[in-house]
Design a protein around this ligand. Structure first.
Ligand code: FEO
Length: 173
């Protein structure tokens, strides 16, 4: 496998792994605040990021490269508010999108069309994840800290985690 592409893919492994840890920290924080639906949604999101990492690891190895499993970095323990959690999540996803775009660029520069094709899955995934984070943030802004609204918000996220679960199981096969 092209050395520059392999290096860029391994850098993406780090980013997906750290996303998984970051969202796991958010999930744990939400759970301690009694936001069980939000926690369930974020635990699931963390699992999805681990799957994104694993998909890269397998691809690198199958193409004759060597995937490098990164060290685990300590994510934040405390968050200011739920709105801040989702602001951080959107910011993080925007950084991941920039990194995927640069991976696409490298594939084209190196004429690695197979990896370019593989990376398109991540391009679509980023579109969805950014849109989801923005929708959630818009809802939180509308609620503006109203307790009844927060209760509904948390329940909605729990329902969306339940609805999304079977799809993820299929994805992981
Ligand atoms: Fe795998 Fe949310 O980026």
């Amino acid at each position: 496998m092209n050395a520059r592409v392999e290096k860029a893919l391994n850098e993406q492994v780090i980013k997906e792994g750290s996303s998984s840890q970051f969202y796991l920290a958010m999930a744990s924080w939400a759970e301690t605040k009694g936001l069980n639906g939000t926690a369930q949604f974020l635990y699931q999101h963390s699992d999805e990021e681990r799957f994104h990492m694993l998909k890269l690891v397998k691809f690198i190895n199958e193409r004759g490269g060597q995937a490098i499993i990164p060290a685990v970095e300590q994510p934040p323990v405390e968050f200011e508010s739920l709105e801040h959690v989702f602001e951080l999540l959107l910011e993080h996803e925007l950084a991941v999108t920039a990194s995927i775009n640069s991976l696409v660029d490298i594939c084209l520069q190196e004429k690695d069309y197979t990896t370019h094709n593989f990376v398109q899955w991540y391009v679509s995934e980023q579109l969805e994840e950014e849109a989801l984070a923005r929708t959630i943030l818009d809802k939180l802004k509308l609620i503006g800290g109203d307790k009844g609204g927060m209760y509904m918000f948390d329940r909605d996220l729990e329902n969306s985690a339940i609805t999304a679960a079977p799809a993820n199981q299929d994805q992981a096969k």
